[in-house]
Ligand binder design. Structure first.
Ligand SMILES: [Zn+2]
Length: 310
């Protein structure tokens, strides 16, 4: 089996630890991912508070580093900037890396920077992380506002450029502003269901329906706090979120965004690393059938990338 996963922090975690992504000691390394070739992974560029002071320069530096990493490992994984790139990599049985930005701080208020980052290969823009920024309020910030006027322009420009807009972490008002503004499918790369776990990072049924109605997907996150209000969630809880998204938005909007290397090891120990996707696939296929499992594990993302990425 292979899979498409909408969000991991492995690139920036390995870099901050001074480790090689090929044999990185975290949840996900190129070596482990390559066992599931031709899988597709979105690698988020996440900036610490210190890096955010020079957000644009830090991002360009990380993107240059990423290119070097993927070039050095092109036998296993290649940077993809279009659906055609992904399709070619699938044909050649190598993994695809998609670069995402977790928080719009590097763009600041300058559209030229969005164009520049897109030209450098950025294809996913998570509008906010846990801080408000020039584009929108974050769900983690008190009294968070919605999209700014500039944020609306950025969402529209992403549609023209062919970069995916990601609403994980955004404020509720920001979410609905995106739903009103976006001209292409948008997605929640690593967000779970509020109906199952009450964490404020989770999204409600109306939001799931809005994403589904636009051809987007919701990527289920493996973070304990987002999976359950009870301690020690496990794979059963992941299956509960998958089942709920299927019920509310349909199987076509159900996907994965494990947040590997962005979250702490699970208290229950239900997963150790990215190889868990294999047993998760088997459970999902048993519950929902293999054709639904194939949509959840790769088909839905591929459909969305085909429609919105260039
Ligand atoms: Zn995140």
């Amino acid at each position: 089996m292979y899979f498409v996963d909408g969000h991991c922090d492995s690139l920036t975690l390995a870099l901050s630890k001074g480790e090689d992504l090929y044999d990185h000691s975290g949840h996900l390394s190129i070596e482990k991912l390559a066992r599931f070739a031709p899988s597709v992974q979105v690698f988020a560029i996440w900036l610490s508070d210190e890096q955010v002071a020079a957000a644009y320069e830090s991002t360009v530096e990380i993107m240059n580093h990423a290119r070097g990493v993927f070039d050095a490992n092109s036998a296993y994984i290649r940077l993809a900037t279009s659906y055609d790139d992904i399709a070619r990599n699938i044909d050649e049985r190598v993994c695809s890396a998609i670069l995402g930005l977790e928080g719009g701080e590097p763009i600041g208020g300058d559209m030229g920077r969005l164009h520049d980052l897109h030209a450098r290969g950025l294809r996913v823009l998570t509008l906010t992380w846990n801080r408000d920024n020039e584009l929108s309020g974050s769900i983690a910030a008190p009294d968070a506002g919605g999209l700014t006027a500039f944020g609306r322009e950025v969402v529209a420009e992403c549609g023209r450029l062919g970069a995916l807009v990601d609403v994980s972490h955004i404020s509720k008002r920001g979410f609905w502003d995106v739903a009103e503004t976006a001209v292409r499918p948008f997605f929640a790369s690593h967000s779970n269901c509020k109906a199952i776990a009450s964490h404020k990072r989770n999204i409600d049924d109306e939001q799931i329906r809005a994403i589904a109605s636009r051809g987007g997907v919701v990527g289920v996150n493996f973070c304990d706090a987002f999976l359950s209000d009870s301690p020690s969630p496990d794979m059963d809880d992941v299956l509960r979120h998958i089942g709920h998204i299927i019920n509310i938005g349909g199987v076509e909007c159900t996907a994965l965004g494990g947040d590997l290397d962005g979250i702490s090891p699970p208290e229950s120990g239900w997963f150790e690393d990215v190889t868990v996707f294999k047993s998760l696939y088997e459970r999902v296929a048993k519950l929902h059938g293999s054709s639904s499992a194939d949509k959840i594990f790769f088909g839905n993302y591929l459909r969305m990338f085909k429609e919105a990425m260039k």
